[in-house]
Design a binder for this molecule. Structure first.
Ligand SMILES: [Zn+2]
Ligand SMILES: [Zn+2]
Length: 284
C-alpha cells in the first residue's frame, strides 16, 4: 500500500487566465453591446461553490449546508470531473471515503494492486476536518482524481510528476473558473482550540483539548503553552507570530553566526528566548 500525502495552498490564479477572461468578455461585448450591461455574468456550478465573502448571501445549498450535503456534492463533482477532465476513464464506483482522523492533509490516495493480477485499485480519502467547505472539497477532489488517474490509467504513482501534471493541466484547461490544480495547497486548518506559547507567542491549533500543557512545550523556544479562549485566537494569531517572524528574519543570521555548532533548532530556541526577553522589557 502506498500513500500520497497531499498538503494543500491557497491557490493562485495565473495572470493569463484573467487576461483571457478579459479578452472573452470584450469579444462578447462586441456582439451584444447592450446586453453587456443588463446581463449579470452567469455563475457556473463550480463557481457557485466558492465561499462567499462575509456579509454576502449564500446561494448554493452545497455551501449553505455543506456538512449534510457533502456526500451528494462529492458524487456530483466526481461524475462531472470524470467526464470533463478524465474522459470517463475513472470507474464510476471508485471508493471515496471521509476520514475523521486526518487533520493535516486535505486528501490522499491509497493505491492497491492485487497480487498475481494486474488489477489496480485506488481509494480516495478526504479529511472531514480540512475539507470543511464546498470549495475545498471541489479543489481537493480534482487534485486527488489526478493521482487516481495516474495509477488507474497509466499504472504509475509518480507523485506530482509528469503524469500527474498532464491531468492537472487538462483540469486547468477544462475548468479555468476554479483555482489552478497545483501540487500543494496550504489550507489554514480551522481548529477549535488554540494554544499560545507564553514566551514567543506562537500559536498552535488543535481540534480538541488534546494538548497537555504540563507535558508539552513550545517547539520553537521551549516556552509553556496556555489555552486561548475559544473563538478569540484569531487576532493574536495574526499579530504576534508576525512580530516573531520579523524578529527571526532580522536576527537569525547573526545568532547562527555566533556559534557554528548551532543547528536550526538551537538558533530558534535562542531566538525565542531573546524575543521573550525583549517583549518583557518593552512591556509588549
Ligand atoms: Zn497530491
Ligand atoms: Zn515559544
Amino acid at each position: 500500500m502506498m500513500r500520497c500525502l497531499c498538503v494543500f495552498a491557497t491557490p493562485i490564479r495565473p495572470k493569463w487566465i484573467d487576461k483571457r477572461k478579459d479578452k472573452e468578455n470584450s469579444l462578447s461585448s462586441f456582439k451584444t453591446p447592450v446586453n453587456k450591461f443588463l446581463e449579470r455574468k452567469k455563475e457556473s456550478f463550480l463557481e457557485s461553490l466558492n465561499t462567499p465573502p462575509v456579509g454576502t448571501p449564500v446561494r448554493s445549498p452545497f455551501v449553505k449546508d455543506f456538512k449534510k450535503k457533502r456526500t451528494e456534492l462529492t458524487a456530483k463533482l466526481f461524475a462531472m470531473f470524470n467526464k470533463t477532465v478524465f474522459e470517463s476513464k475513472i470507474p464510476d464506483n471508485l471508493e471515496i471515503l471521509w476520514n475523521k482522523r486526518m487533520t493535516k492533509t486535505a486528501g490522499y490516495c491509497v493505491y492497491t494492486k492485487r497480487k498475481f493480477s494486474s488489477v489496480r485499485e485506488v481509494r480516495i480519502e478526504l479529511s472531514e476536518k480540512v475539507c470543511d467547505s464546498a470549495e475545498r472539497l471541489r479543489d481537493t477532489l480534482i487534485h486527488e482524481m489526478c493521482h487516481a488517474a495516474c495509477w488507474l490509467i497509466h499504472g504509475v504513482n509518480d507523485g506530482h510528476g509528469r503524469f500527474w501534471k498532464y491531468w492537472a493541466c487538462k483540469a486547468n484547461v477544462a475548468h479555468p473558473e476554479i483555482p489552478m490544480v497545483k501540487r500543494c495547497h496550504s489550507y489554514e486548518i480551522h481548529t477549535k482550540f488554540k494554544y499560545q506559547c507564553q514566551q514567543c507567542k506562537a500559536i498552535v491549533g488543535r481540534h480538541s483539548k488534546s494538548l497537555d500543557v504540563t507535558k508539552k512545550c513550545c517547539g520553537l523556544c521551549r516556552g509553556r503553552f496556555v489555552l486561548l479562549p475559544t473563538g478569540k485566537g484569531k487576532e493574536g494569531k495574526k499579530q504576534q507570530p508576525n512580530k516573531f517572524a520579523m524578529f527571526v528574519k532580522e536576527n537569525y543570521a547573526s545568532i547562527k553566526k555566533s556559534n557554528d555548532r548551532f543547528k536550526h533548532a538551537d538558533v530558534m530556541r535562542v531566538l525565542g528566548q531573546e524575543f521573550a526577553r525583549k517583549a518583557t522589557i518593552a512591556g509588549d
